[in-house]
Write a protein that binds this ligand. Structure first.
Ligand SMILES: [Zn+2]
Length: 156
């Protein structure tokens, strides 16, 4: 496992995280507001926010303004690539964990993300902007879990 991962192909010019000095990813204010614990919502200023991508860093969202930062404890859901994230969500919209994806792949042999989601959930939701800490679709855990599931089928 790498320490940092890129979640978008377009690398936006994100400043380094004030805590770990790694460059994060730009996120929408709507995402920050939706993901923070409700009592913190009005602490979100009208400025740009970034998501710290380091697994070891306790910062979640940060900005260019010193002290205008939030930690992983301020976020409603575990951020999948942070160490100690439990459970690890492959899909935040439908609350599907990496474990569930691995099991589904082993049971069905499905390898398509959308088909796996449909297999696991009766009602499929898509609200990434408001539910995934990165504001983007299913996390990179999804393809990783499919890989693991397929490997386990072969080993059996
Ligand atoms: Zn950081």
């Amino acid at each position: 496992m790498k320490n940092t991962i890129k979640i978008s192909t377009i690398k936006l010019m994100a400043p380094p995280c004030p805590q770990c000095s790694q460059h994060g990813e730009m996120v929408r204010k709507l995402t920050v507001r939706s993901l923070l614990n409700p009592e913190l919502k009005n602490k979100v200023l009208d400025i740009a926010y970034y998501l710290c991508m380091s697994s070891d860093c306790e910062v979640s969202y940060y900005s260019n303004i010193p002290n205008e930062i939030f930690t992983t404890k301020d976020v409603k859901v575990p951020i999948w690539y942070k160490k100690d994230a439990q459970p690890k969500y492959a899909c935040y919209c439908n609350k599907i964990t990496d474990e569930e994806v691995i099991t589904a792949v082993k049971e069905t042999g499905l390898t398509d993300t959308q088909e796996i989601i449909k297999f696991l959930r009766e009602k499929v939701k898509c609200a990434c902007v408001a539910m995934n800490p990165s504001g983007q679709c299913c996390t990179p855990l999804f393809p990783e879990a499919i890989e693991i599931g397929l490997q386990q089928i072969q080993e059996e």
